[in-house]
Ligand binder design. Structure first.
Ligand code: NI
Length: 175
């Protein structure tokens, strides 16, 4: 098997409007979609991330890729197309980051376990269950498909502080 190197897409940052939009449902499961999914993995690895949603590369569609092992375990590669959370249990509060919000890390409350119904690259229905980091990653990425960033899950005060920090970074040309 040869290792293909596809296009590396640039990750867009807050406040790019695409990040606040609900992504379109995927209806065509063709070779183009498979290529895009591979490119999403490569773009995610290039940006040192463990999750990436299509809106983050300016494609407003309900596609996300996750690899909590960051290339160490191929079985950990998750592709979720048109995903929805169908069950959730418990609670976890951990620090989160996002490739669209570089340098920002804040504690976010999430369900401890989730079950997700989605489609694979061929359009077949799949269900993925996860706890801890995988549960967190799936909730974070599915949020992206609904136009929600993790800073939108913070208290008003915390969110305002984060936005102030970003504006400062922008002003200094560091964003
Ligand atoms: Ni993110």
């Amino acid at each position: 098997m040869s290792e293909s190197v596809g296009k590396i897409h640039e990750v867009v940052k807050w406040p790019e409007p695409v990040l606040a939009k609900r992504g379109e449902e995927v209806t065509v499961f063709d070779a183009k979609l498979k290529t895009l999914v591979e490119e999403m993995f490569e773009s995610m690895y290039a940006a040192q991330g463990i999750g990436l949603a299509a809106p983050q590369i300016n494609i407003s569609q309900r596609i996300t890729v996750i690899d909590c092992s960051f290339k160490k375990n191929p079985d950990d590669k998750v592709v979720l197309i048109n995903p929805e959370i169908i069950d959730r249990r418990g609670k976890q509060v951990e620090e989160e980051g996002c490739l669209s919000l570089p340098e920002i890390r804040e504690k976010v409350s999430r369900a401890g376990w989730v079950k997700v119904r989605a489609q694979d690259v061929n359009g077949n229905p799949i269900e993925v269950e996860g706890e801890e980091l995988l549960a967190r990653a799936m909730q974070h990425e599915i949020d992206h498909l609904d136009g929600i960033l993790f800073i939108d899950r913070l208290s008003r005060l915390k969110r305002d502080l984060v936005i102030r920090k970003i504006k400062k970074l922008q002003k200094n040309g560091e964003w």
